[in-house]
Structures are given as structure tokens and as C-alpha cells.
Design a protein around this ligand. Structure first.
Ligand SMILES: C[S@@+](CC[C@H](N)C(=O)[O-])C[C@H]1O[C@@H](n2cnc3c(N)ncnc32)[C@H](O)[C@@H]1O
Length: 416
């Protein structure tokens, strides 16, 4: 007779879970056990490199041999992840004798517990069992995940009503606002993170920078208030104060505000100032890192910022001030002594002075250099040159911001 499984959420923190087998199945199962805080004992003569890395990092215990019954001493759960049905059956028999639930990768019908397909949204975990059919479980799980991606707030709570709802009087009262500082990536709208995209779809207010991919904004709900931060008047510092104020005011009024910034919010993005302003006003902030142009722009031009045997370091530096500007915080003379990769953001205007300074302090004028404009977009342009000539070549080619300058032997590393 078959009967329905009884769903449970196992609280495994600090509790011994034994995993028998060190192959692909164990590699997939172990991370969720570790995520649950389980005290994992892995029993297997050999491990995949991924599992070995976790052992080396001290995340789990490994005994390098075949299973013996004493391995289940003190265990609350056992996962059998071996191909050999005889070996799996013998582990299963010992577990049954000791009344320990046993998940079996080789034979679901012989198992005393099944692992569900899972989707997690903040503190909410949805687990789906497909009546013994893992594909059915995954299909249902995927549908629920897509649904929840637009329905649940980042903290896993049901979303607070939108401004449109509030104006039509359907709100249940005041609510706590918050801010998310989200990195939008370098330009290609697909380079935002999954989390960043999810928060964007949930925003009441989006405060966007000039460099964020326009297509992301195209897809906002019609009732979302879009504030174009690049149109805020005054000089750079007053404009920043204005932006901080908008974030705080909207959040204190109960809105979920997404501050969408090009690349990563903390790489020359002034994200820190915005975080501090929100913190000072008691507004909670989530920071979602982004794909920074300092790495993505070289990559999009076929330039790895590090390459085995070529560069063991890369340095990201702002070139918005000339090397001799009193306010400059950059030690260009010291940078000239490095052998690795130098990535310069906001450096086109001062490039002639920057390259001259680097050469004057010892970096070879023959060092390969490249400029990548509007990286990862349909209008990307790439200029390859040398440190000695790149400033002149840039003018001749009429390249413009936003652009990243890369200096170092990595520029040619992938040329065959
Ligand atoms: C104010 S900084 C912001 C950097 C951003 N937070 C990041 O992590 O990429 C702006 C500079 O980033 C660089 N940049 C941003 N997007 C770029 C792109 N798509 N292509 C080339 N450079 C880009 C340019 O140097 C630009 O002047």
C-alpha cells in the first residue's frame, strides 16, 4: 500500500547527518545540509574536488573508507548517495534498525525519507514532493518560484501594497519603508543579479543613475515612481545630498525604494554615503552587489584582469583627478612600480597626464593598453594600443565616456 508522505521541516542545526558516498549526488546534497547548520559526516573512500574543498575548509568531517554501522552513532538522518544498490541497502538496513530516517539516491521506493525540490525566498522555504516523481516536483517548484519572485518582499514577507493601492484606499495602514542599493551591472540589462532584478520588480520607487541599463527601467510596473538621479540639479555634492534625501523621505513615507546604480554600488558608486544617510535616519538598507565595469568591461573586450603566468594582481583606480591634483588620493608613482593589471575608471580626460606619470615612474611605454567604451552594450567600442600611445590614439579614435582603460600584459594575453 502506498500512502502520502508526511512533510516536515527538519531543524538540523548542530545535529549529525551522515552522507554515504562522495560523488556527484553527495556534491549536490551536502550544501543544503551545511546551509541548515547540520554537523555533516561524509563517509566515502574518495571525494569530488568540490566536496574536498569543503572538507579542507573545515565545513564537514570526512572518513576516507567504506561505511561501517558505527558511522550512524549519534546520527539524526542519513543520506545514501552511492550507486551500488547492495551497499545502499546495507546502509539503509542499519538506519532502519536504529530508527534513523534514510534518504536513498539509488532507490526512492526503498527510502524512508524523500528530499523535496526546494525554492527559498528569505525565510520562506517551499518544498515540493512530486509523489515519487522528482521531475514533477521540479516543474511545480519552478512555477512556484517564478510566482513568488514577484509576490514576496526580500524579507520573505507578503509585499506591502503599492502606492497605487494606497491611493485607492486599499491599504491596511502605515508600513515600514526600506531601501535597497542595487548594482545594475555594466550595461547589458541581463547582467543584473537575480536578487537585484527581483527587488527591482518589487519597488515602489526607483532612483536610477545615468549609467543604468535603460531596458531595466522599461520593464518597471507603470505605477512605479522613477526618479532620474542624473537630472537632479546642483553640483555633485548637493546632488548627492538631494538623492540621499529622496531615499530617506520616500522610505520614511513607507515606500520600498530601489536605488539602482551602474556596476557595483560600492565601486566608485557613492553607495556608502547613501547607506550612511539611510542608517542615520533609521531606514533599513539591503545592499545587492553588482557586476562592476572594472572587471566586466575588460572581460567584454576579451581581456581577463588576471591570467596565469601573466598577472597576479589587478588594481582598480579612479582617474577623475589628474595625478598632480592636490585632492588626488592615488599614488600613481607607486602604481607605476606594479607589474600587474591597472584598470582605470573615469580616466579619459586625464589619460595623457596619467600615462605620462606612469611612464615617468618606470612603467614601460610598450606595456599593452586598451580602452573599452560602453562595454557590454550594443555600442561597445574597443581600442588596443600601448601605454605610450593610448592617450593620442584615444583622441584620434574619438572614444568617449563611459570607458575603462586597462594597462598590462593581460591586454594581449588571449590573442592567439
Ligand atoms: C562613477 S563610476 C561608477 C562605476 C560603477 N559603480 C561600476 O562598478 O562599474 C563610472 C565609470 O565607470 C566606468 N564604466 C561604467 N560603465 C561602463 C561601461 N559600460 N563601459 C565602460 N566603462 C564603464 C567608466 O569609467 C565610468 O566613467
Amino acid at each position: 500500500m502506498t500512502s502520502n508522505p508526511y512533510p516536515l521541516g527538519l531543524r538540523l542545526h548542530g545535529r549529525r547527518v551522515v552522507v554515504v558516498g562522495g560523488g556527484a549526488v553527495a556534491t549536490r546534497r551536502v550544501p543544503a545540509l551545511l546551509d541548515a547548520g547540520a554537523d555533516v559526516l561524509l563517509v566515502a573512500p574518495e571525494l569530488t574536488p568540490a566536496l574536498r574543498a569543503r572538507v579542507d575548509a573545515g565545513r564537514l568531517h570526512w572518513v576516507s573508507r567504506r561505511f561501517v554501522p558505527e558511522d550512524l552513532d549519534g546520527a539524526w538522518l542519513v543520506q545514501v548517495a552511492v550507486d551500488d544498490p547492495m551497499a545502499a541497502a546495507s546502509v539503509s538496513a542499519v538506519a532502519a534498525e536504529r530508527r534513523i530516517f534514510c534518504v536513498r539516491a539509488d532507490d526512492r521506493t526503498a527510502a524512508t525519507a524523500w528530499t523535496p525540490a526546494v525554492t527559498r525566498h528569505g525565510p520562506v522555504t517551499v518544498a515540493v514532493l512530486g509523489g515519487g516523481d522528482p521531475r514533477r516536483a521540479m516543474t511545480v517548484r519552478d512555477a512556484i518560484r517564478d510566482l513568488l519572485a514577484v509576490r514576496l518582499a526580500p524579507d520573505g514577507n507578503a509585499p506591502t501594497p503599492s502606492r497605487a493601492d494606497a491611493s485607492t484606499g486599499t491599504t491596511a495602514g502605515p508600513r515600514a519603508g526600506r531601501v535597497a542599493l542595487v548594482g545594475a551591472g555594466p550595461g547589458d540589462p541581463e547582467l543584473i543579479t537575480v536578487k537585484g532584478w527581483r527587488l527591482l520588480t518589487e519597488a515602489d520607487v526607483v532612483v536610477a543613475d545615468r549609467l543604468v541599463p535603460g531596458l531595466l527601467l522599461d520593464e518597471l510596473r507603470p505605477d512605479v515612481e522613477l526618479v532620474d538621479a542624473s537630472k537632479i540639479p546642483y553640483g555633485p555634492s548637493r546632488a548627492q545630498e538631494e538623492i540621499n534625501q529622496i531615499l530617506v523621505d520616500r522610505a520614511l513615507a513607507g515606500a520600498f525604494v530601489v536605488r539602482l546604480k551602474g556596476g557595483d554600488p560600492y565601486v566608485f558608486g557613492r553607495g556608502g554615503e547613501e547607506l550612511l544617510a539611510c542608517a542615520a535616519a533609521g531606514v533599513p538598507v539591503t545592499v545587492v552587489p553588482g557586476v562592476t565595469s572594472s572587471i566586466a568591461a575588460p572581460a567584454a573586450a576579451g581581456i581577463p584582469v588576471t591570467h596565469r603566468g601573466v598577472a597576479h594582481e589587478f588594481t582598480v583606480v579612479s582617474g577623475h583627478l589628474a595625478p598632480d591634483a592636490p585632492a588626488s588620493l592615488v599614488r600613481w608613482d607607486a602604481l607605476a612600480g606594479l607589474h600587474g593589471t591597472l584598470v582605470i575608471l573615469m580616466g579619459l580626460k586625464n589619460l595623457a597626464a596619467i600615462t605620462a606619470t606612469l611612464i615617468a615612474h618606470g612603467r614601460s611605454p610598450q606595456t599593452p593598453a586598451a580602452v573599452v567604451q560602453e562595454a557590454t552594450t550594443g555600442t561597445q567600442r574597443v581600442l588596443r594600443s600601448t601605454l605610450g600611445e593610448v592617450a593620442a590614439d584615444l583622441l584620434a579614435a574619438d572614444l568617449r565616456p563611459p570607458a575603462v582603460v586597462v594597462v598590462g600584459d593581460v591586454v594581449d594575453a588571449l590573442d592567439s
